[in-house]
Design a protein around this ligand. Structure first.
Ligand code: PRX
Length: 631
């Protein structure tokens, strides 16, 4: 059976079969791939036991499925299209044959540096082709890639390197981003000086900007020096289905970021299946996802999903508003992009810049528009539909998470009827349930509750690196036998799903996931700070902004706010920078010492009535003081 569904009847049939006979359904889907050895069992293990396996007993290499498998038919087709930051710099294109050769050469470089199957490799790079190539080179060797977004600080990078004990770090001298240059090698050097970073043996440095950087003898190697010497032949390592493919760190409501672990075969099938069905890319189409490879969207929908389907994928180095707010649309016209996938925060930012940046472009190549990462508001949905899509392009509002590996709920382009702000229907194999406050499944169709997934799907995370207990606690314990997403959700009378946002202490800032506890810990590092509480508040462009309430030891100068921001930049990176900092005398706490975040959230959102039950507050006068000083 072909991966691709082409009408609503086929969707209904596929959904029904994946529910009633998942083993047979996924066995049929899996025949679309190249296996060194077929599986013994399609799915085994349970959510209760936290031992989910897909295609157990099979052997494969995902890069053979992304690259080698296409060489016969597509060797001259463009696999990767790279659009540089500077519009005057030439586009770079890799055909499938060229990408295959580049991945093999890079895998050989990693071998030279001592990388073997199972080793962890950290990739801390800007959006250049070599970043995607590095990811695939790791997979070619069976090394586990851990990509760290280039906007994270040295400390955040060091923490991630330490947690999974990476052996090699791949970085750039520096990266271009709009009118900024990000000194990636310098940040890497700073990270590697920290005691946490002892596991790194070699640093491979790709030259992008030409910045002067210091190279440590014996440790640091220039990409171009080694690349030139390496062969374009590299046999793919034979991997077992459940061998780890990658780790990707993401924030939770408590503690340090978690290393989400994805394994080989299930992730591959899920990435390919969801890409094929949600986007409905055809031969000759050019697909572009604007995410960074440092996030899960860039893993599944820039790298693996498109290449597994033999599509042409686009990578953009820059930002949507540089040199001006028409940059995305210039690129769409330049490359005749047919499928465009971005985040609501970018849509809102561009919407605010005026329609003229869009209406003076042609955009006639566009067929499908996608949205990901956060709830899209009604105004942005309509603007995207009317001004960008000219009401001719279906919008696929795709709901998923780092943990889910790929899209779980989304319209299928041109097939599912779209509804503004609704992710609509689950993909075949996805069984969403809404839970009430008693922890029971809500049986009525029209309902709202906490969103859980009732049975394993192939792309499901298999664990948290080094911490299986936390994996069980975070996702599998709240509702026994179910995967808990952390999201609230509404279901309409026709069983369409609308995601309403996180129900835990995770913030979604411009589509980036940030834990309130992480930001609080960072702020606490400032020597004058006694205590801090961080909440989200509605923000026109970012979706949510960060509001920090900070208790200081003594009367501080106003400059403390800038210092706090600098501290957060240092501990996490600019993405976690508070938008508003209110210095307060105390935080609203219960007699047992728990901060009443509900009240802080309301004040930050300028909702001053109805704080709910405040009778357990230790000192109710604190609330008035905070309210009076609100920003
Ligand atoms: O709250 C949901 C929101 O983003 C969270 C997952 O974040 P992350 O793991 O960083 O992955 C982002 C890219 C997949 C979810 O728990 N989210 C993601 N997509 C949507 C969304 N909220 C509403 N609508 C979406 N389409």
């Amino acid at each position: 059976m072909d991966l691709k569904i082409s009408n609503m009847d086929e969707y209904n049939n596929a959904y029904a079969m994946a529910q009633s006979n998942p083993q047979e359904f996924w066995a049929q889907m899996a025949t679309n791939f190249q296996w060194t050895k077929k599986w013994d069992e399609v799915q085994s293990g349970t959510i209760e036991q936290a031992d989910i396996k897909w295609f157990d007993g099979a052997q494969l290499n995902i890069t053979e499925n992304c690259l080698d498998r296409h060489l016969e038919k597509r060797s001259d087709q463009v696999a990767l299209l790279f659009e540089p930051n500077d519009p005057s710099e030439e586009t770079v294109k890799y055909t499938y044959a060229q990408l295959h050769a580049a991945v093999c050469k890079t895998a050989n470089m990693l071998k030279e540096l001592g990388v073997k199957k199972g080793d962890r490799v950290c990739i801390y790079m800007s959006m250049v082709p070599e970043q995607l190539i590095s990811v695939l080179a790791c997979a070619r060797l069976g090394a586990i890639h851990s990509v760290v977004f280039g906007g994270f600080s040295a400390l955040a990078l060091a923490g991630r390197i330490e947690d999974c004990e990476c052996k090699v770090l791949i970085t750039n001298d520096a990266g271009f981003r709009g009118n900024k240059i990000i000194p990636l090698k310098e940040i890497s050097d700073e990270a590697l000086k920290m005691k946490e970073c002892r596991s790194i043996e070699k640093v491979l440095v790709h030259k992008r900007v030409g910045s002067s950087v210091s190279m440590q003898e014996g440790r640091d190697i220039w990409w171009h020096d080694l690349y030139a010497k390496c062969s374009t032949e590299c046999e793919a390592e034979v991997m077992s289905s459940e061998d780890p493919l990658f780790i990707l760190y993401t924030s939770g409501s408590t503690g340090k970021p978690k290393g989400i672990l994805h394994t080989t075969a299930g992730y591959m099938v899920w990435a390919a299946y969801t890409f094929a069905n949600v986007f409905q890319v055809d031969e000759g189409d050019t697909y572009w996802c604007t995410a960074d490879i440092g996030w899960i969207t860039g893993h599944t929908y820039i790298t693996y999903g498109p290449l597994l389907n033999g599509a042409t994928t686009t990578m953009f180095e820059g930002v949507p508003t540089w040199p001006d707010a028409g940059r995305f649309w210039d690129i769409v016209d330049k490359h005749k992009i047919t499928h465009f996938y971005t985040a609501p925060t970018a849509i809102r930012a561009l919407m605010g810049c005026g329609n003229e940046f869009v209406t003076n472009k042609s955009l006639t190549s566009l067929k499908v528009l996608g949205s990901v990462g956060e709830p899209i508001n009604e105004e942005a949905w309509h603007w995207y539909d009317e001004v960008v899509g000219k009401k001719k392009c279906p919008i696929v509002d795709t709901w998923w998470q780092t943990e889910t590996g790929g899209i779980l709920i989304s319209p299928l382009a041109g097939i599912t009827k779209t509804i503004p702000c609704f992710a609509t229907k689950p993909l075949p194999g996805v069984s969403p349930v809404l839970m009430n406050s008693e922890g029971e499944v809500i049986e009525t169709t029209e309902a709202s509750g906490n969103l859980c997934i009732d049975r394993p799907w192939p792309g499901m995370l298999r664990g948290i690196w080094g911490d299986m207990e936390r994996f069980k606690q975070t996702y599998l314990s709240a509702y026994p036998g179910k995967y808990f997403t952390g999201d609230g959700c509404k279901r309409d009378q026709f069983s369409n799903y609308r995601i309403t946002g996180r129900v835990d202490d995770v913030l979604n800032i411009s589509g980036h996931r940030i834990g309130t506890a992480e930001v609080e810990d960072a702020i606490d590092q400032h020597p004058d700070v006694i205590e801090a509480a961080v909440v989200g508040f509605p923000h026109d462009v970012k979706g949510q902004g960060i509001y920090a309430y900070v208790v200081t030891g003594h009367d501080c100068e106003d400059s403390i706010k800038a210092e706090i921001i600098a501290t957060v930049n240092k501990m996490i990176g600019p993405i976690a920078k508070p938008d508003k900092i209110q210095i307060v005398k105390g935080l609203p706490k219960t007699r047992s010492g728990k901060i009443m975040r509900r009240i802080l959230r309301k004040i930050a959102s300028h909702e001053f009535d109805n704080f709910g039950d405040t009778s357990t507050l230790l000192d109710p006068s604190v609330v008035d003081e905070i309210k009076d000083g609100v920003l």
